[in-house]
Ligand binder design. Structure first.
Ligand SMILES: Cc1ncc(COP(=O)(O)O)c(C=O)c1O
Length: 407
């Protein structure tokens, strides 16, 4: 086992490409909602691999699936069937009420596949139409096509030239969508909650209106459930909670509970890939499919999803009380994807103080600053009620200290 008393400075981090600012801690172990760093400090983890670890750290069901499957069959390659991919496809299409699936290694790759599928469908059914309408502040991934689909400010300037064929519209503005539809349009693509944008929810009326517009104009509705899917927001898939019938759904994050897998699901009428159109060496890998089956078996249980809703309500109520007590802003979100607005672009300061709270006696709390003025909370879906209380208590304490130090 990794020694638990190495200081951060003893790790040679210079060998990593510097693609993001990481705090000076090296995590070596996790269990449930808890993480330990290399100095032995412990943290209540409300980031959970960026809304990935649906069952928390090191859940026994995933360990068992990994051990059993790795001793049986790891990988056959995409040119052969394997029993785990077939089993997962059957389960996932049944649960999502869609007809076919293509497995990927990430959420971005699932969205990349959705864009390709829509373009191919446009060639076959809409005289070559290929334009996809997507939304301001959306996030669909970091491949070149999914960056072009995303409305994240600044993405368009990073790696020009930007892939053409995307039109960005204001979120929750149905008139803008209607006005943008023309003969080149093939699909509308959206997140039902924009997680990276700071947990911004789509209005139910907007979503229902999008379906009507797509039906009227013969367009595809692509729903990116990479973050909202697999129980994160309460229902197994958020589109089901909204009574929405998408043509294409993409998944990632929680599906693998910590191992890399994504999925592109579509209705039969849309499944127009021909052999050779789409693929990838690791797609449908037996090991990750076995894990995803184990995750779904837990998360799809009605009692599990009811607990997500209960913990989500507890968290939201607690955040609302803290907001009132400390003069903060709005609480948003559903299930266990929640956000709290804080004044003065103070989110990073609060995140830092919560993490630094960890010492030999006290735990720290890991949360995410989704925006400069927004904290985001994405605990394990099986987080305990006592752990939610503890997180709220730590936040309360740090908010009080920060106010005192400012005062
Ligand atoms: C809604 C949404 N789509 C796509 C992605 C990209 O997924 P991945 O990072 O697995 O490529 C993310 C990641 O945060 C996401 O939140």
């Amino acid at each position: 086992m990794t020694p638990t008393t190495l200081a951060f400075e003893q790790f040679p981090t210079d060998a990593l490409m510097h693609v993001t600012q990481r705090p000076p801690a090296v995590f070596v172990r996790g269990l449930g909602s808890w993480l330990w760093d290399s100095t032995g400090h412990r943290y209540l983890d409300f980031v959970q691999g960026w809304a990935v670890n649906a069952l928390g750290h090191a859940p026994a069901v995933i360990t068992d699936a990994l051990v059993q499957q790795s001793g049986r069959l790891l990988h056959t390659g995409p040119g052969f069937h394997n029993d785990q991919a077939i089993g997962l496809a059957a389960e996932l299409t049944r649960l999502a009420s869609l007809d076919r699936v293509f497995f990927t290694n990430s959420g971005a790759e699932a969205n990349e596949g959705a864009i390709k599928l829509a373009r191919k469908w446009g060639q076959l059914h809409r005289r070559g139409a290929s334009t996809i309408l997507s939304f301001g502040n959306s996030f669909h991934g970091r491949t070149l096509a999914t960056m072009a689909a995303s409305g994240k400010p600044g993405f368009d300037r990073l790696f020009p030239p930007v892939l053409p064929g995307f039109v960005k519209l204001p979120y929750n503005d149905l008139d803008a969508v209607e006005a943008a539809i023309d003969g080149h349009t093939v699909a509308v693509m959206l997140e039902l909650v924009q997680g990276e944008a700071g947990v911004i929810e789509a209005d139910a009326g907007f979503v229902a209106g999008l379906r009507r517009l797509c039906d009227r104009h013969g367009l595809l509705l692509i729903v990116d459930e990479v973050q909202t899917g697999v129980g994160r927001c309460g229902p197994l898939f958020l589109h089901q909670g909204l009574g929405l019938r998408p043509d294409i759904v993409t998944l990632g994050k929680g599906l693998g509970g910590g191992v890399p897998i994504g999925a592109l699901l579509a209705s039969e009428a849309v499944c127009c890939f021909a052999p050779g159109d789409q693929g990838g060496t690791y797609n449908g890998n037996s090991l990750v499919c076995a894990v995803a089956r184990a995750v779904l078996q837990q998360v799809a249980r009605p009692s599990f999803l009811a607990a997500v809703c209960a913990r989500g309500e507890q968290l939201a109520q607690g955040l609302a009380e803290l907001s009132k007590r400390h003069g903060l802003g709005a609480v948003r979100g559903q299930g266990l994807l929640r956000a709290l607005d804080v004044p003065d672009d103070g989110a990073a300061t609060i995140v830092d103080a919560l993490r630094r709270r960890a010492d030999d006696k006290r735990p720290g709390l890991l949360v995410n600053a989704a925006r400069p003025g927004t904290l985001r909370f994405m605990p394990a879906l099986n987080v305990g009620s006592g752990e939610v209380e503890l997180a709220l208590a730590m936040l309360d304490e740090v908010l009080a200290e920060l106010t005192l130090s400012v005062g």
